[in-house]
Structure formats: structure tokens, C-alpha cells
Ligand binder design. Structure first.
Ligand code: COA
Length: 258
């Protein structure tokens, strides 16, 4: 049924594992389709009480959107991609059942955006977070400009996005980007423990908490729309072509401001 993710339902906990370890679980169209369908299953299946999203292997949660897939996109195609990413990640954020990101390695670009769309983030001590899109002449396009700012505040959000700095698990904890840091061996156990505690509470009350907390930080519709347009604008620049080509050719980009 799914080609890029693995799913498992045990004791009410539905685990979605992104399964492209050879590409560091980069998020291509198929991954988005699979996560979208898996989330529909979460919404409709009463056996599913809570959700863990994680990545296969011990190196990456997800190293971003698939750069090879979008490198030659037009502005219009880029805006469609951004809208699609925002749609799927909103479906996670607005899910009435709790979703934990169990971050087991790199959570960069779209991977960090996916983790931020989840209700909580637990990470292993080898995890690394960042929004390095500017290295590609780009900006985050799946809600990252909005959610990173909501989670860690304006100044640090600006700094991380503009410098493309990749931060450690400990720094992510200090910035309140993650809830807990564990060893890689304990990551799923810790996530499971929290979800089991939640599963012993009243499910309707839990879903109301999700709705209300989301409203507390959701006055950013204009921000999400602006992000789609700005992401699209970047695709008309020479710097974006240079940035993505340089990544695929495994060399440093030479930006010209055009
Ligand atoms: N999109 C497409 N492919 C990706 C990818 C992405 N976001 N991230 C990694 N990959 C691929 C690499 O191209 C490589 O494929 P190959 O073996 O066919 O050449 C494979 O995954 C392994 O990655 P590699 O770069 O060789 O691993 P590394 O350990 O040297 O570096 C990272 C790890 C995460 C630092 C590096 O892969 C990276 O910078 N990725 C891109 C991060 C990014 O900019 N994300 C935002 C995208 S919008």
C-alpha cells in the first residue's frame, strides 16, 4: 500500500517510518503522498490512538525536501510544491490525535519542518536540526518560516534561517525546539512512554487541547501564504539554480545576488 514509508500499529500507537535511508529519508512526492494517506488512516481508524513519526536508519529523520526532484521546477511548480507540503504538514498539526516526532538524526529543511508540524519532538543525542535552504538560494517552503518562529522566537528563527546553521540536540533543547533528548536506543521507548501516558487520558479532552493550543499560535495564515509566494519567487533566481546545482555536483555554491 505504501512505497516510501513503513507503518506499524501496536497498543494504539501508529508508527510511521520514512524509509529512504539511502537518500537520508529526503521527502519526495511519493513520501508526501504516503504521509498524506497514512494521516488519513490516522484520522479514520479508531484503533489508532496516537502517532510516532520517525526515519529509517540511525543517520537521518529526514534531510529535507528532495533537492534532485525540484531543482528544475518553474515558479508555478514550486508554489504547487510548497502548497502541497504545507497541506500535508497542516494535516499533521491539526490531527485530533497526538503526533510525536521521534527525531533520530538529521532533521534539516523539510525534515525540520515535518518535525515542527508534529505536536512534540523527542530526539536522540545525535540529532541535528536546521533550515539550511538559504545554502540553495531558497527559503523554507513547508511552513518552516512560520513554525520555527512560533517555537523558538523571532531572533533565533532569523539567525538559524539566515546563517543555515545546523544545531545539535542539546542546542535544540535549550531553544525549546525539542521536548526531550535521549540516547538513540531509548528514543522510541521515551516517545512510547509519553504516548502511553496520554492514551490513559480522555481522548476528547486531548483533541480539544490540540485544537486550543494550535489556535494560540495560528494567527499566521498570511505568513503561510507569503511563504508559498516567496518560495516560488526564489525559483526565478539564478542563485537558486546555482545553489541546487552546486549541491547536486557536491561543490560550494557561488552566489551573485541575481
Ligand atoms: N535531497 C536529495 N538528496 C539528498 C538530500 C536531499 N535533501 N539530502 C541527502 N541526499 C542524498 C545525497 O545526495 C546522497 O545521495 P548519493 O549517495 O546518491 O550521492 C545521499 O543522500 C547521502 O547524502 P550525503 O550528502 O552523501 O551524506 P553526508 O553525510 O555527506 O551529508 C547532509 C549529510 C545531511 C549534511 C547532506 O546530505 C545535506 O546537506 N543534505 C541536504 C540538506 C538540505 O539542504 N536540506 C534542505 C533541502 S530544501
Amino acid at each position: 500500500m505504501y512505497t516510501t514509508i513503513l507503518t506499524n500499529l501496536e497498543n494504539g500507537i501508529f508508527t510511521i517510518t520514512i524509509n529512504r535511508p539511502e537518500k537520508l529519508n529526503a521527502l519526495n512526492k511519493d513520501v508526501f503522498n504516503d504521509i498524506d494517506n497514512a494521516m488519513s488512516e490516522v484520522y479514520s481508524n479508531p484503533e489508532i490512538k496516537t502517532v510516532i513519526i520517525t526515519g529509517a536508519g540511525s543517520k537521518a529523520f529526514a534531510a529535507g525536501a528532495d533537492i534532485a526532484e525540484f531543482a528544475s521546477y518553474s515558479k508555478t511548480e514550486a508554489m504547487t510544491l510548497s502548497e502541497r507540503g504545507q497541506f500535508v504538514f497542516s494535516k499533521i498539526e491539526n490531527c485530533p490525535k497526538p503526533v510525536i516526532a521521534a527525531v533520530n538524526g538529521f532533521a534539516l529543511g523539510g525534515g525540520c519542518e515535518l518535525a515542527m508540524a508534529c505536536h512534540m519532538r523527542i530526539c536522540s543525542n545525535n540529532a541535528k536540526f536546521g533550515q539550511p535552504e538559504v545554502n540553495l538560494g531558497l527559503i523554507p517552503g513547508y511552513g518552516g518560516t512560520q513554525r520555527l518562529t512560533q517555537l523558538i522566537g523571532k531572533a533565533k528563527s532569523m539567525e538559524l534561517q539566515m546563517t543555515a546553521q545546523v544545531i545539535s540536540a542539546e542546542e535544540a533543547l535549550q531553544l525549546k525546539l525539542v521536548n526531550h533528548v535521549t540516547t538513540i536506543e531509548e528514543l522510541i521507548n521515551k516517545s512510547t512512554e509519553i504516548l502511553q501516558t496520554i492514551q490513559s487520558k480522555a481522548p476528547i479532552a486531548i483533541s480539544k487541547i490540540i485544537e486550543c493550543v494550535n489556535i494560540a499560535v495560528s494567527d499566521t495564515d498570511a505568513g503561510f501564504k507569503k511563504e508559498v509566494a516567496a518560495f516560488g519567487d526564489c525559483f526565478e533566481t539564478a542563485d537558486m539554480k546555482e545553489g541546487t546545482t552546486a549541491f547536486l555536483e557536491k561543490r560550494k555554491a557561488n552566489f551573485t545576488g541575481k
